[in-house]
Design a protein around this ligand. Structure first.
Ligand code: AMP
Length: 546
């Protein structure tokens, strides 16, 4: 028997329509290259998004066209999110911090028809001039007064184009499985691969993401997304927060600046924020040095890389709860998020931090499992670890332009329909997942797996160690043994033996690194993660002391 419910399509434009109707006076505050503090309302935002949809039409962009963005977190980028997808085009966010040749590859591979570019990113685009032959126009995200000189053809000014358009636009309705957005993975091997989101996956992700045990997004909250809008749609915040009517505060190009983040948080009374661990170190260091506060900030989501225990503990001293989350570009990114379960209300101190250090529980909509080498499911006992696999309506089933034949590069799912995340994890009986490694980063010593993340987390809890990476290096007896590569705080000195003694009580004997090497800095990917591949390459000839 068929149900008798309306078959309304899940459309991104429905978020905008709902928000304008219900939260017209809610504010969106942005830092941009041309304005240190821009402020407008949801009503202005909806009006300008319709004008932008008319601009796209006038430019000749058509249904299904890819529209590239190279931009920071601000209101103009938000307008692009809604106007591009709302018109049936694909909002393709590109990371301006990638190597220029990767940016060129991605623009070409995605066949971007137009590029919307932050004024600060124009030098990169100028440098790519010879690679942009297929791009029909470049629109600089600024006003006429701040337009840079350019040697490129067909460069236009965003505000001038917008001003020439009226604000009437009927958002079309179409199949909810139509592509709405695109983001290339920041993989450290091979070419980046394009993940394609749909209206349906984005809407379901926004709904699940706002649940009380996930982000608890609400009209009563003020959210500052520090995670960039070019990286997995800023973890869905631009959709979830607008859907529920949160005030949005966008740091623009000042994302890594502790002073700007603190000022925005205090002045705009930010209650919730999100970002990768390195960003929080910048904020926490600034708070410690300046004696300033972040009193309104109730909670932060930390993800993208394992959250060191010290970040959780330091945030507690400012009264802020850390909710660790795990996800990937291919999972939109929401996979698991930390929250307590009934019966755990009294947890405090170290016992509470112990659970916060895990990557959280599966969010409704995402199924998780761990498997052994034969793809056999492993128990949720907190001990067995294996390849982490996930399934759900906002998980990628393929990559743009790549063959989806099972077993090929473009097919990330196994024969049972599970996506292989490339992460290794344990799951406790009550469902808390803990990442122990990336499959490629696992250190295999004498046949035993050693978790590099466990070593790194223990190392950065030393007050003089700023950052640390553990890699496997050749060992004549054990094939591989862990080597710790550490960056010390300015002017600090430590010996390898002192670090090993510090780690001894916290690590299994087998996991203790055989040696510690100190470096000035560690290599990072464009999204701020440790680049273990580059590190392994630079230590390829390393030999442990006899
Ligand atoms: P990306 O697609 O660039 O967002 O990278 C996704 C990868 O980041 C995951 O497969 C994990 O290896 C890693 N990752 C994300 N969140 C966490 C976390 N909370 N703890 C440990 N690793 C994480």
């Amino acid at each position: 028997m068929q149900a008798l419910m309306m078959n309304s399509q899940l459309m991104i434009s429905s978020i905008l329509k709902h928000a304008e109707r219900n939260f017209a006076t809610r504010e969106i505050v942005s830092v941009t290259a041309d304005n240190p503090l821009h402020r407008y309302t949801y009503k202005d935002f909806a009006k300008r998004s319709r004008q932008l949809a008319n601009v796209l039409k006038e430019l000749g962009a058509e249904f299904g066209d890819r529209i590239g963005t190279l931009a920071w977190n601000d209101y103009r980028h938000l307008e692009l999110y809604y106007a591009v997808s709302g018109s049936g085009m694909v909002c393709h966010t590109i990371n301006p911090k990638l190597f220029p040749e990767q940016v060129a590859y991605i623009i070409k591979h995605a066949q971007d028809k137009f590029l919307f570019v932050d004024v600060l990113v124009m030098p990169l685009v100028e440098a790519l001039k010879d690679h942009l032959t297929e791009v029909k126009g470049i629109i600089v995200l600024t006003d006429a007064a701040h337009m840079p000189a350019s040697s490129l053809d067909n460069v236009m000014c965003y505000e001038t184009l917008l001003a020439a358009q009226h604000d009437q636009f009927e958002w079309p309705s179409f199949d909810e499985n139509t592509a709405s957005g695109m983001c290339y993975t920041s993989g450290t091997t091979g070419n980046p691969k394009g993940v394609v989101y749909s209206h349906r996956s984005t809407l379901l992700h926004a709904l699940a993401g706002s649940l009380p045990d996930v982000t608890a997004a609400s009209v009563m909250e003020t959210c500052l997304p520090v995670v960039p809008m070019f990286h997995v749609n800023a973890w869905g915040i631009p959709y979830a927060c607008i859907m529920v009517g949160s005030k949005l505060v966008m740091p623009g190009p000042k994302m890594a600046d502790g002073a700007t983040l603190q000022a925005l948080m205090e002045n705009e009374k930010v209650t919730y924020s999100s970002g990768v661990p390195t960003i929080w170190l910048a904020l926490l260091d600034y708070l410690d040095k300046s004696n300033k506060k972040i009193d309104s900030l109730k909670r932060v989501t930390v993800g993208g890389a394992a959250c060191p225990r010290s970040i959780i503990e330091r945030f507690w001293t400012y009264g802020t709860e850390v909710k660790q989350g795990w996800g990937m570009t291919e999972t939109s990114p929401l996979g698991t998020v930390f929250s307590l379960k009934a019966g755990m209300e009294d947890l405090q101190g170290d016992a509470l931090v112990d659970v916060q250090c895990k990557q959280g529980r599966g969010v409704f909509g995402i199924e998780i499992r761990i498997v052994d080498e034969n793809n056999q499911e492993l128990p949720w006992d907190g001990v067995a670890f294996g390849a982490l696999k996930v399934k759900g309506p906002w998980v990628a089933s393929g990559y743009f332009g790549l063959s989806q034949v099972p077993g090929s590069e473009g097919c990330p799912v196994d024969e049972l329909g599970w996506f292989d995340t490339g992460d290794v994890a344990t799951i406790s009986p009550d469902g808390y997942m803990q990442i122990t490694d990336r499959t490629k980063d696992v250190i295999k010593s004498g046949g035993e797996w050693v978790s590099s993340i466990e070593i790194e987390n223990a190392a950065v809890s030393h007050p003089l160690i700023m950052e640390a990476a553990a890699i496997g290096c050749y060992h004549p007896k054990w094939t591989e043994r862990p080597l710790l590569v550490a960056v010390l705080t300015p002017d600090a000195t430590l010996s390898s033996q002192e670090v090993i003694e510090f780690l001894r009580p916290n690590l299994h004997k087998w996991s203790l690194p055989d040696d510690v090497v100190f470096v000035q800095e560690l290599p990072h990917t464009a999204t701020g993660k440790l680049n273990k591949l580059a590190l392994r390459q630079s230590f390829a000839d390393y030999q442990f002391p006899a």
